[in-house]
Ligand binder design. Sequence first.
Ligand SMILES: NC(=O)c1ccc[n+]([C@@H]2O[C@H](COP(=O)([O-])OP(=O)(O)OC[C@H]3O[C@@H](n4cnc5c(N)ncnc54)[C@H](O)[C@@H]3O)[C@@H](O)[C@H]2O)c1
Length: 406
Amino acid sequence: MRKGTNEGGRANRKEVNKMIDVAIVGTGGISNFHIQGLLEFPERCRIVALCDIYPEKCEKIKEKYHLDKDIPVFKDHEEMLESGVHIDVVHVCTPPYVHSQISINCMNKGINVLVEKPMAASIEECDMMLAAEKANNVTLGVIAQNRFRNGVYKLKKIADSGLAGKICFARVNSNWWRDHSYYDLWWRGTWEKEGGGPTLNHAVHHIDMLNWIENRSPVEATSVLTNIMHDNAEVEDLSFSCFKYDDDSIAEVIASVVSHGEEQGIVLQCEKARISMPWDVKAEIGMDNGFPDDKKNEELIQKLNKCYEEIEDLKYEGHVGEIDNYLSAIEKGEKPLITGVDGKRTLELITAVYAAGFEKKTISLPVTPDSKYYRTGGIQENAVHFYEKANSVENFEEDKLTVGNY
Ligand SMILES: NC(=O)c1ccc[n+]([C@@H]2O[C@H](COP(=O)([O-])OP(=O)(O)OC[C@H]3O[C@@H](n4cnc5c(N)ncnc54)[C@H](O)[C@@H]3O)[C@@H](O)[C@H]2O)c1
């Protein structure tokens, strides 16, 4: 195992070694997607260390992916950082409540970080992570792998083309289904460790996509939160939120883990047409009396469909796509597509949704540092406890997970 210092992350990487040395902290369910992604690029990166508070999970992962038996395993990320193993990038795949501490410790050692969603447990923690990125001249990326899905990527391109006109009303369905036992895992279903329900942990994807497509942030948020199917969790299992933009347009987001069939998507009602993911187009033309004509705006429909068909598919989708983009950012010394600033922006909207739901009132955006929800612990201290956490399972036998329908 090659040893070395990790000084000067972004600037010095090329001088140290062409191959990017990656460590993974947290070798549970989602780490499988990271490892599969990294293994797609054997000429560009290699896994040099694994870390988990249950180190036997690292050994299992090594066996599962036929990784080098000599890859060192650590049960504490600080021990890993002090070990002398040369690391260029750490993938943080732990539960959300430790994302910021682990990321900051890595960045303070000059190591680049790709952190799983949600970026952190509070907006304050996001600020601290961004400060560590800047101070250490390293690159922080946040996982929002669904931007690397053909449907979403193409919808964004079409929205940006302006062909359909400005977005008046976005409808975002972050519908998932999780059985009761989902919230039995020790860190899930608690405001402290999971940080929230599907608004945070599932709709984080869709809210990131919404921000990306809208290319702006809303100015206010309202919401209704409930827990209708999971009486073993403190957190919500269903929320309806409404965001308003400064031009009075609106976005509605449903975040759910009670939705059979997991129908997910984004519908953009624009001035001239309705476009969506999954892809569909509708465009009305009005009669003299203002009612929709039986004839539709076929010319525009054809134009939009043609434009959609002409966009080339992405080479890599999902985690593979984002890992490819992040590796390129490190190789070229550029910013990745999904930055810490994006991660913070998404968390800010989610924080506003919780504040609005707990307080049953409209919240102005941006959420400012004087808000009690800004700082770490703010959401937790002011949260509605729908139920108390009933069970706590250390690990499930099955670590297979699904990452949505796109
Ligand atoms: N991008 C996606 O689509 C997606 C999907 C599922 C989960 N996630 C995110 O991935 C993260 C992990 O979720 P998961 O489902 O893999 O959970 P998991 O419990 O299966 O895995 C987390 C692992 O981290 C380990 N761990 C906990 N604290 C640690 C610490 N301090 N140091 C080192 N290891 C530690 C645990 O032992 C566990 O093995 C969460 O942030 C979750 O929101 C993302």
